[in-house]
Ligand binder design. Sequence first.
Ligand code: FAD
Length: 469
Amino acid sequence: MQHVVIIGNGISGITAARHIRKLSDCKITVISGETDYFFSRTALMYVYMGHLKFEHTKPYEDWFWEKNRIELKRAWVKTIDFEEKKLYFRIPNEDDKEAKIGGSISYDKLILALGSTPNKFGWKGQNLRGVQGLYSYQDLESLQEITPKINHAVIVGGGLIGVELAEMLHSKGIKVTFLVRESSFWNAIMPSEESNLIAKHIAENHIKLQFSSELEEIIGDENNQVKAIKTKSGEIIDCQFVGLTVGVSPNINFLKLPQGNMIGREKPAFILGVGGLKLNRGILVNEYLETNLPDIYAIGDCVEHENPPKDRKNLEQIWYTGRIMGETVARTICGKPTKYQPGMFFNSAKFFDIEYQTYGQVPNILSEDFKTFYWEHSSGKICVRINYEANRKAVTGVNTFGIRMRHEVWDEWISTKKTIEYVLENLPKANFDPEFFKQYEAEIMEKYNQETGSNLKLKSKKGIFSKIF
Ligand SMILES: Cc1cc2nc3c(=O)[nH]c(=O)nc-3n(C[C@H](O)[C@H](O)[C@H](O)COP(=O)(O)OP(=O)(O)OC[C@H]3O[C@@H](n4cnc5c(N)ncnc54)[C@H](O)[C@@H]3O)c2cc1C
């Protein structure tokens, strides 16, 4: 019987395990050093804020794994011998540098589903006590432990996880200063209107946003506990906690060799890691999620696609792509070779109480082949942006804040290239809660009519609903 071993019990590894079980009878082992059982990483903030117990973040009951013959092993993999097809474990609680080995396990096929690790850019003081990212269960534990000792926290890096951390700390009555290197919030991703809307909302939630402000170093006290930070402009800010939320990178350090040389001038260039595994920023895979080594696959956040699907990035460290990769690799391993097809890009998040959704392509700066329509409610908390092709007017992407839209409707509109006029006339069809939000649609339409001299009218509710159902 084939033995499939999966390193990583996150969404990608667990989805792979579940689907391999559905499709085959092979032996499956899932290894993780982080937790015994799969949990929803995206819900960590709610555990901290007391809205959920950690138990509630586990999508499956603990008996599920045994019943489905998926063996779980709690251990850290220290190294992999790709020739012998064997993994070696770290001894629990043993320091890595001692190079001791705590047992091994053999595999026929191996899936690397290693996730990400929060970035640290070599700042002085980045390893002090009270300095951390927000990624793992252990990060949650250390944050919970230190919380009673924090009066003032500094968060470095303006992205989604930074906002979550700000909200978490604020919910415990901690004063938060948010250092953002850019001149506006998340403006490498967001168009300026949305960036300003979020920034205003964060500030209204009593978070002190400091734009164009970069971390120089973190200053510790005699107990190696953080006591302040210094910015590049020389400002000293006293604090007892520093949250590093400057992005994440594929968690592949243990697969790198001390002197890995960059090989090749083609894109992406690569280094050869342990056993000759091709690495760049992540583990390089083809469209079947196969690495360059036989019987070794990689999925989820740790992956870098050599040839990403059209309009997609080489690295996409998000939940649903991990899930799709897990399902795809399971099919390939079970004899149904399947290409990775992530479908249309989408993402969602919450900025305090404002929900954000995006579908398709909404870059921060638009090329001249595209146009954009933007509407914002007078409250400054709700907005919709729709991008469309300049010539054919086909919609290409949407951002919404404060209005929840139906995924499947936008998926269809963008993939079937509906025009902006069609979309606006049918907007109630996409609205998740038409009764509640219907007043906005007329206003949105009116703005478009004013800007373009059009005379569009909302399709009657009856017409729309007879189409949906
Ligand atoms: C706070 C937070 C909020 C987020 N919110 C969103 C969101 O709203 N929407 C969204 O799309 N995405 C969100 N994300 C990102 C999303 O959670 C990740 O993209 C996803 O969880 C990655 O899944 P994965 O299976 O690739 O890896 P992971 O979930 O990281 O799982 C990998 C596992 O492998 C283990 N592992 C790694 N190396 C070894 C080793 N050598 N030995 C043993 N075990 C090992 C790790 O410890 C980990 O348990 C969020 C992430 C965080 C941290």
